[in-house]
Design a protein. Sequence first.
Length: 409
Amino acid sequence: MKLRTIHHARRSKAPLASSLVGKAIIILSVLVMAFIAPLQPAQKAFADQYDDQINALQAQSDQYAVQAAILNSQAVTLQSTLAELANEQASLQNQIDLNTVQYNQLTAQIADTKQKIQDAQDALGQTIADIYVNSKTTPLEMIASSKNIGDYLDKQTYRNSVSDQLNTSIKNIQTLKASLDKQQSDLQSVLDQENTAKASLVAKENEQQSILSQTQNNEAAYQGLIASNASKIAAARATQAALNSRGTSTGGALLIQGGLRSDYITSSSYGSWTDSNCPIVYTYESSGGVDGNGSDGRGYGCRQCASYVAWKINQVKGYYPSWGNAYDFQFHGTADSSPHAGDIAILTSAGEPGHVAWVETDPYISTSGPLKGKAVINVSQYNYNYGQGYGMYSVMQLSVNFFNVYRIP
């Protein structure tokens, strides 16, 4: 009986201490989770608020691309040209609206997260201060102040558990905020391009007005206006038709980014030109440029695919090639049997200028979009008409089989 009494006395403190530790950790967990849990519903609320708008705008963007392909297949008439310009203007405005909605969504998420972090800091500040008073106690001091080893272990366990719980919770909040901050930074660059897209929209509106002014809405006058450019228009149409056909036969394409690339169009290598001083007139041909005749100053048409890739080669490799049309790029550099980041990708078409792009990524398996489950690459390029007209920049996810030649520049 005496032994049982002693045994009971020995065990009585440990469960009590453990119970207190457990309750303290549970209370702290509840406090911390009270400020973490609302983050997820808030994010869902933001998604519900903005995602319907984003999905609708993306669907409209797809429709503009389809309409662009249809218009491109039609004969070159004043009516078809004006219809193309109207479609391109609508597509540009749609992209501006889409980026604006995405920016507003992210801005709201970041503001909400910052508020949640501030609320958590205010509510837990005093609790954290009280808890960390014990953290300044050394293990030797803890042993000296403990009644027995069990008491010391309980204190140590309590301190470590609280510290781990607190650090994990705070780290989660900080990680979420850092992620949102990065997304905001990324989207800010999209908005910078959006400002350039707005200038492009104005340029297309001016082009439309110029055509109407010169032709007085007369078909014969328009045909006379474009007669000297008939061969260039035919080549542009043939190239775009080849791109559309190739995209269809290889599973489609996913537009990742579109508009204009500011560091290319304002590069000091060209003396700086923009959509205003080098527009794509009559929806096909470069004009303006550094020599007033559509040239980029390096022997290429400004805002054309070959001009961009030559600029990219200089940016990455440090030399400016003079390789002619996109079709001619296949005869330069070193052959690569499969695409790799840093390659040039060429779609050849006998007797036509062809198309050339810069490979941005090694091959990977797409996880979304029309090419889901297939081997793809990301390429950057100019002059692929994805609905916003010729002479525009785009980053696209395409099948590894989209291009038929890959070269290492």
